[in-house]
Ligand binder design. Sequence first.
Ligand code: GL4
Length: 831
Amino acid sequence: EKWPRGDEKAWKTSMRGLDTDIPSITKSIVGHVQTSLAQQAHNLDDLGAYQAAALSVRDNLILNWNETQMHYTRKEPKRAYYLSLEFLMGRTLDNALLNLGLKPKYDDSISQLGFRLEDLLEQERDAALGNGGLGRLAACYLDSSASQELPVWGYGLRYKYGIFQQLIAPDGSQLEAPDPWLEHDNPWELPRLDVTYEVRFYGHSERLDNMKAVWSGGQEVLAMAYDTMIPGYETKSTNNLRLWESKPKRGFDLQSFNAGDYERAVESSNSAAAITSVLYPNDHTTFGKELRLKQQYFWTAASLADIMRRFKNLGKPISEFPDYVAIQLNDTHPTLAIPELMRIFVDEEDVPWDAAWQLVTNTFFFTNHTVLPEALEKWPVPLMQNLLPRHMQIIFDITEIVVSVVEKKFPGDRERLARMSLIEEGYPQNIRMANLACIGTRKVNGVAELHSELVRLTIMKDFVDLYGVSKFSNVTNGITPRRWLDQCNPRLSNLISETLKLPKAVFLKDLYKLEGLLQFADDPAFQKKWAAVKQSNKERLAQHVQTTLGLKINTHAMFDVQIKRLHEYKRQTLNIMGVIHRYLTLKDMTPAERKKVNPKVVLFAGKAAPGYYVAKLTIRLIVNVARIINADADTKDYLQLYFLPDYSVSLAEVLIPASDISQHISTAGTEASGTSNMKFCLNGGLLVGTVDGANIEIAEEVGEQNVFFFGHLTPAVEDLRYKHMYHPVPVEQKCPPLARVLNEVSAGRFGDGGVYEPLLNTIRQHDYYLLTEDFDSYIQALKLVDEAYQDRTEWIKKSIRTTAKMGKFSSDRAIQDYAQEYWNIESTKPE
Ligand code: GL4
């Protein structure tokens, strides 16, 4: 091949490689201090040193990233694209160092320069472009894809503001502040000024013959790419997460400007930038806001244009599109990609409608993440009609496909047809995005066995009847052991490596290797080391709470943790009622009796959606109960309660390794999977939980004797709710201990008499999430937890056995499942 330009030798001798020895690392860091930051040694603070170190690490990432992308371009493998509105990445520096294998060297180099790596890591702000489990799952999947050298790219939005910062007001309630995470330069992204696409909104669509149309007019905005490098663990393979930012197509609207309407000209630029300004802070609820629909289309249109351009560069016939492209829809948020790809094929590429539909349905895959009805996306037809007139036509045309296949298989079954239609009748009519996502994709999956079964039995039942069951399967979620074992719990990772006599890389790449720990579970010397690691993690957390909140935690107590979004179905209310019950029980005891009680620290963290009144009231209750309990001299040695504000990925990394027991106590059938349950167990924490989501599969792996299960099972839930509705029984009768707790709260024992009534009434009245049904068995389970903890050796054995059996829950396993059973892609790496 001919060298493209200039003096080949000049190029080749000047190309730099990775900085992998300490002197070049130090040189690179200092170089960034001098030039990129224009600072000097004498006034460099931790933040500056972090930035210089990050820029130096980024240089290494970029070199690997370039090679990987060039390799993909040359090799032309089939690629998979993960479309997610949320990527909850957390911090990057530590992960990049681990994956590059350069952590010890950077550590040395940074010490030489007079800083501590640990301090620099703390300077980094979380990239918090997600709400909770769904967004964090996407981040774990990117790590696993790169680590397994799979050609997978993520596509999302570059929100200017991530999930809000949570503050606690003096009265205990949640306040929200914006999260300007880009305030300091973000060293982990590359702006791609040359990668831009125009995205149209509004206007009108004129139908031509052959099912085609011309969409014109309206407003056009620009999508510009920002690329984030995703390094694989111990491999050169470095994938890409491409996030789109919206920009006005022109700085101002020339026409309005010439007309002397300056305000209007500037306004158009404001509205374009608004599209990617903020992450919607709702988990499990949809609000039907036009701006959210704009986000969804903006993102899917830019991503598909980009995918299409890459495909066209291959020079293959369009009929081979699904041989080169697989697209995973992370929940229904990117469902507009289905009509958008139809629009591209039919209107722009002249593919006949039926052939286009074949291609589309062979390209997409859909993951459902919840069966809660309030999370099922529906968009009003008039809104869609106005914003995306061409897509509305296409959705109506796809509806015709549904009608004809259902008519053929179930002639005359009008009710079935009404349920399955993409259009829900009403005023206004609504578009059912889950139905569209189902019929427009090759496969639909849930995220844990029970959840996938519920998907088949409930929201997708009619579609199972239509397509057969094989279209609907399961991929149980997973977590990356790099972040959720080695990074967050280096002591445990070291102990495992030393005990198994294996380099860390062996079990961090093949988590089933942890099974080797089983043979050490009964070894007293190992048990002692295991317990010492837990203890030091508890002290690390206590230190963190001390410095951030000024609170003193009893590190000799059992740590009982519930950290997740605040939601009625997750039942933080059950937990706080249990805490109050424990407090009242302690108060009833004599001092001598108390001395026999297992001391416990209960920790909560989590954000509530800003508009979710009952969830916010729960936070307020927890904070105020904590104030009373922690100040009570009778009980404070036996029970402490904390609500840690502003839960984040980084906070989870400190909390999870410190937990003895964690709570996963959703009403059976409501938590699709849960992923923090896996993280706790991987770090040797035990679970108290309901028979729900991935708790079930965790128990299958670790043995039911190592999980504290309680509560009604999924099949009972529907009947119980029915009874509650039509034959309500007062709490006083059904569950006296719970009634006592509710009455104490009502009576103002924890202050604010009266303000909690709306929360308490959710339990006294419908009790949709069945707290009154599960309270007794919950308290019983907690009692078993206490008893088990008293026998510390037995407890440590349980803890070791739990960690040992977590192999299944590596996201490497999950992503392999997607790669093989869904996307049909293969590993490939640069030489
Ligand atoms: C969620 C589920 O609630 C959670 O159980 C699951 O682990 C996660 C990832 O699959 O997806 N669904 C929604 S919506 N938010 C979630 O976190």
